[in-house]
Design a protein around this ligand. Structure first.
Ligand code: AMP
Length: 132
């Protein structure tokens, strides 16, 4: 059975989509640590990131790079932090989180509560700054 992120890829479950190509998909994390917190996933449902074939894992990071470049143009930050946990959703995903300090990427922190309007605004702003 398809998992939640596969359903996001097909559109069965709505998401704040940032970008996609034939192999990868990027969307805003619904419980963000920071504005612009984005998840990058392979369209193929593989649980553990290091089970992704090496060539595809390389491509996934290159896709994530393009997304990160878009986020950093929109959200003021020192860098885009990168994290992989995968403890909740068994579909490999890279977290891209705008950070100014280590505290900004502490997953134990209380998450931001953004309005639907703000999520939509961020989607428009970030996706307009991404060239795949
Ligand atoms: P983890 O598997 O530990 O990396 O955590 C899963 C992440 O996916 C969390 O940051 C959640 O907020 C995020 N998440 C779960 N469901 C959704 C969804 N439907 N749309 C966007 N983000 C989600």
């Amino acid at each position: 059975m398809a998992g939640i992120f596969s359903k996001i890829v097909t559109g069965e479950i709505p998401s704040y989509k940032i970008a996609e190509n034939d192999k990868f998909f990027a969307f805003l994390d619904i419980n963000p640590l920071a504005e612009g917190h984005t998840l990058v996933i392979p369209k193929q449902e593989i649980d553990y990131i290091f089970d992704i074939p090496a060539d595809q894992l390389g491509e996934m990071m290159q896709f994530a790079q393009k997304i990160a470049k878009g986020i950093e143009k929109v959200v003021p930050c020192k860098k885009i932090g990168v994290a992989v946990l995968g403890l909740e959703v068994p579909h490999a995903h890279i977290h891209l989180v705008p950070i100014n300090s280590v505290y900004d990427i502490d997953f134990k922190r209380e998450k931001l509560k953004l309005s639907e309007e703000r999520f939509r605004e961020l989607v428009l702003l970030i996706s307009n700054h991404i060239t795949l």
